[in-house]
Design a binder for this molecule. Sequence first.
Ligand SMILES: [Zn+2]
Length: 240
Amino acid sequence: MKKLSQKIDILAFGAHPDDVECAAAGVLLKHIALGKTVAIIDITAGEMGTFGTPETRKQEAEISSKILGIQYREQLGLADGSIENNEASRLLVIQAIRKYQPEIVLANAIHDRHPDHANAAKLVADAAFLSGLKKKETFYEGDTQEPWRPKAVYNYIQDYFIEPDFVIDISSEMDKKTEAIKAFRSQFVKPKENEPSSILGLLNQIKSTNSIYGRPINAKYAEGFTVNKYIGVHDFFQLS
Ligand SMILES: [Zn+2]
C-alpha cells in the first residue's frame, strides 16, 4: 500500500532556504533532542538571492538538515520574490500539511524586511486552517488526502524586531544553530574573492536578538514567536 503520509511532530515552513535556520533552528534542535520529529519545507528555492544558485542553496540546505537532524526537507517550488497567497499556492501548502500531519506548524514572521516573509506567513496560516476542511480536496501521488488541522501555527521572528508572544530558551542549542546557519556558505561568502561578507554581522545580529529575547526569562539566548490565537495552559506553574 502506498504511503500517503510521513507523520511528523513539527513542520517548519520557510519562504527561502535558511529562513528556518536563522529564526528557529534553536527550537527545532531542542525538540529533536526531546525525541520529536521535524520536517522543513522551503517554499521557494531562493533563486532571487544575490548570492548562490538554487543548486548550491539546495546542497547547503541538505548539509544544514544533517546538522539539525531533521527527518525530511523539501521545496515547494514557488517563485522567489513573488510568493502569493492564492488558490494554487494554498493547495501546495495544504498538500504538504496533510502529507506530514504535524501537531505544530512554524511559519515566517508576520511582517519583515523581505515581502515574501509576511506573504508566506499568511499563506501557511490560511492553508493550515483550510487543511482541516473535509470538503477541501487534495491529492498526493494520485490518492485523496485526509483532512488534517495542526494544533497551532507559530510565527518565528527573523529580521525585524517583533514583540514575541512567547519565547523558548535555546542557550544550549546556540552553538549548533550557528553551525547550521554557517552551512549556507554561499549566502555569506563573496564567490570571487572567497572572503567572508556578512556572516559575522548576521550571526552577531541573530545572537543579539536571541539574547534580548532570553533576558526576561534569565536565559542567555531564546527564540521568540508570535501566535494567532490565545495560548492555553493548565496552570500558572507551567509558565516560566
Ligand atoms: Zn527569507
